[in-house]
Write a protein that binds this ligand. Structure first.
Ligand SMILES: [Zn+2]
Length: 277
């Protein structure tokens, strides 16, 4: 890692902490993992044979700040956000927490190889079974840039180091628009106290009035109830993902892949209108 920091909550040596990881989530900001990947966190929590670990790519310098944090400099804000993220890693029992500390501008610079190189290094050392990242239809530029860099890093892996599955998670824009048969549902109902603790840690982002914690919980409840109109709820709380494994391990253009998904949604809407005319 160029300038990143690695934190291992249980003190296991770094090499083993990386290698034990079964589920690895790569996101842009401190708090993204807990907002969007709670299903995998909960599925790995306190399991002997599963370890959830996470990577945040940016340094938190551009974070919004109000109230008690209003006068904080970028440098102070970076420190607060790093601490909050590591606290979440401790609470969530993560295998390791890597914070790569790139500026948002560096992440969005497609010509720079640095972010992808760091991600490739971590993926090679960890060799997770499953990787999670942002989805390509997200409306936050830094999220989409991280998804693209993650795909590039995964494509750089030798065949024997590839994960079995890669999922893109809803975030700044949900995945409710996807056709139901294509949605991957993550059960987010388990251990609601753990979810509350993980989201509540990010005081610097919530205290100013943006209730990300409530919003994330609300979306998960709505997802579970509105998933299928005729069935009783299979989950009481769920988040959606998109399976991008095929995209990642092919030469397909990410833009063409997501355009095909949107086209499918468009057809679903227009076919229904046509049938009911
Ligand atoms: Zn984010």
């Amino acid at each position: 890692m160029k300038q990143g920091v690695l934190y291992v909550p249980d003190g296991t040596p770094a090499e083993s902490a990386l290698r034990r990881t079964t589920d690895l989530c790569v996101t842009a900001h401190q708090d993204d993992v807990e907002l969007w990947a709670y299903g995998p966190i909960a599925a790995c929590y306190a399991k002997r044979d599963k370890w959830f670990s996470a990577v945040t790519v940016t340094d938190g310098a551009g974070s919004p700040r109000t109230g008690d944090y209003g006068s904080f400099t970028d440098e102070q804000m970076k420190q607060v956000r790093e601490k909050e993220q590591n606290a979440a890693a401790l609470i969530g029992g993560y295998g390791f927490m890597a914070q790569l500390k790139f500026s948002s501008a560096a992440v969005k610079d497609g010509a720079s190889p640095d972010v992808t190189a760091d991600l490739t290094e971590i993926l090679l050392a960890a060799r997770p079974d499953v990787v999670y990242t942002h989805n390509l239809a997200d409306k936050h530029d830094t999220h989409v840039a991280v998804a693209l860099r993650t795909i590039a890093a995964l494509r750089a892996l030798p065949k024997d180091a590839r994960p079995q599955k890669v999922y893109a998670l809803e975030g700044w824009r949900d995945l409710d628009w996807m056709c139901d048969e294509d949605k991957v549902c993550f059960d987010t109902a388990g251990r609601p106290h753990l979810s509350a603790a993980l989201l509540g840690v990010f005081d610097s982002q919530i205290a100013g009035g943006k209730r990300y914690d409530s919003a994330a919980e609300g979306r998960r409840l709505a997802n579970a109830t509105f998933f299928a109109s005729h069935a009783t709820d299979a989950f009481i709380s769920a988040s959606y993902g998109m399976d991008i494994t095929e995209l990642v391990f092919s030469d397909a253009e990410p833009a063409a892949f997501i355009a095909a998904q949107i086209e499918k949604f468009k057809k679903d809407v227009t076919d229904r209108l046509e049938a009911l005319r």
